[in-house]
Design a protein around this ligand. Structure first.
Ligand code: FMN
Length: 194
């Protein structure tokens, strides 16, 4: 073992397994915001995700009330233009009920492989963040609706689309309900080779 290495610490398997298995994407939240302090703690942990070439490609845009309102109105307008008045009203109502929001971007790269690896690293960071929040009793929803690819969405946050791309628009808060989910059996997803 080199001086820069240390022994991996072992943890009890059950706690982590329970968090990994139990985390769910949350659709409905309690109205009270949980605040940004805990989100910043989660971001501190998110940045320890693997990232090739140590690009640390993630940027977390933590939205205050004013920006979250502007985003909700923008998303509603987008909905009006694409799906009509009723859809717009529902979208505004839905987004206005979200107690906390952030947007994650990944740094673009000229090199296609590097850009893909940056995105992969951001996905790892998101999982770190979601799992940490989950064990603190906070749920997250990752959304990638068409609005997140609109120029106006980028402009609202001052994101340069040439430099970064949106990985997701995230909602977080205390879950009002936890959905159930299922997964394929391990045997269905494992291809063993001699
Ligand atoms: C890259 C990515 C994009 C997603 N985008 C959306 C979305 O736009 N809307 C949505 O309702 N859920 C979205 N989800 C959440 C998935 O639908 C969710 O993870 C899936 O249903 C499995 O549920 P679970 O997270 O509770 O295991 C997204 C998840 C990922 C990883």
């Amino acid at each position: 073992m080199q001086a820069s290495e240390r022994k991996a610490r072992t943890f009890g398997p059950t706690d982590l397994a329970e968090v990994l298995r139990g985390r769910r994407s949350v659709n409905f939240f309690e109205p009270e915001p949980v605040g940004t302090e805990v989100l910043l703690e989660a971001i501190e942990l998110a940045r320890w995700a693997p990232n090739h070439r140590l690009t640390e490609p993630w940027r977390f845009y933590v939205l205050g009330e004013q920006t979250a309102d502007a985003m909700a109105r923008y998303a509603a307008e987008f909905e009006r233009a694409t799906k009509g008045e009723r859809a717009a009203a529902l979208r505004l109502e839905r987004l206005s009920a979200i107690p906390g929001n952030f947007v994650l971007t990944s740094r673009r790269a000229d090199d296609e492989v590097l850009e893909r690896e940056n995105y992969a690293a951001c996905c790892c960071a998101v999982q770190n963040l979601m799992l940490y929040l989950w064990q603190r009793g906070i749920g997250v929803k990752w959304t990638t609706g068409a609005v997140t690819r609109e120029r106006g969405f980028y402009d609202l946050l001052g994101i340069d689309p040439e430099a970064e791309h949106v990985v997701g628009f995230f909602w977080y808060g205390r879950p009002r309900a936890v959905p159930t989910q299922k997964r394929r059996e391990v045997a269905e997803i494992v291809i063993e080779k001699p």
